[in-house]
Design a protein around this ligand. Structure first.
Ligand SMILES: [Zn+2]
Ligand SMILES: [Zn+2]
Length: 255
């Protein structure tokens, strides 16, 4: 008889934000640090359209020993290329020292970003920052665990230690499939999905899980249940966006 371990692998999206600042007019050649301090979804149109930014640079910092797979990065590039009106998308990988914490709070994650982030918006170049952590989410309790978090308008983090525990083994999804599912999902939040910066063309927000899609086969579904597999992740496929999510992005300036 098969034994199942039930896990609720979820994503955290920080929807309330106390310290949002107005972006001041800045010199066009100076990196715009205040612009990276806004709420999740606030830069959705900046990612999707060419109105303000024509290129995108994503900095991916991973703690030593927790590097994402090469295919995960390729998948991210392909995912964004199909959605964003950008003439180029550059992804820069960098190893940073492992901190060795068992868990990380959002304020710790933000402090690590502030210490290590090298790229901020300048001129027509939009930037984003992804952090792969060597620990778990502080909010984890029992079998309710979080794999990733979108916490500012151009910032997300992945709890890579938890992702590794739940992928790549016997009966588990592949490492790349789980990494890509979580990473693309967090980017989806930065693009304003669902209803957090990109308006809905047709109502499809999950009433019980704000910021998420009500279609359980969509990339933007809130939970990955029972052994780390949601219907869209079967056969080692990374879930894609459903029609409602795609339509929202197109209506907000995306491809
Ligand atoms: Zn989410
Ligand atoms: Zn959807």
């Amino acid at each position: 008889m098969k034994k199942f371990t039930y896990l609720w692998l979820t994503c955290l999206v920080i929807l309330s934000f106390a310290c949002e600042k107005d972006t001041e007019e800045i010199n066009n050649t100076q990196p715009d640090i205040p612009a990276a301090n806004r709420s999740v979804g606030a830069s959705a149109n900046d990612f999707l359209s060419t109105d303000k930014f024509t290129t995108l640079t994503i900095e991916v910092d991973y703690m030593q020993g927790y590097q994402p797979t090469t295919q995960t990065i390729t998948n991210l590039r392909n995912f964004l290329s199909t959605l964003l009106n950008k003439s180029s998308i550059t992804i820069k990988l960098q190893e940073i020292p492992a901190q060795g914490s068992e868990t990380y709070s959002i304020s710790q994650i933000r402090a690590i970003e502030e210490e290590n982030r090298d790229f901020y918006n300048v001129g027509e170049e939009l930037t984003a920052y992804i952090l792969f952590l060597d620990g778990y989410a502080e909010s984890d309790e029992g079998n309710q665990v979080t794999l990733g978090v979108a916490h500012r308008n151009t910032s997300a983090a992945l709890y890579q230690r938890r992702i590794r525990e739940n992928s790549g083994g016997l009966g588990q999804v592949s490492r790349t499939t789980l990494e890509s599912s979580v990473l693309n999902h967090e980017l989806g939040h930065l693009l304003g999905l669902v209803n957090i910066g990109t308006a809905m063309e047709t109502p499809h927000e999950d009433g019980e899980n704000n910021g998420h899609c009500d279609d359980d086969s969509c990339l933007m579904y809130w939970a990955i249940e029972s052994g780390g597999i949601i219907p869209g992740m079967m056969d080692s496929r990374v879930p894609s966006l459903d029609t409602n999510c795609r339509n929202d992005l197109r209506a907000n300036g995306g491809k």
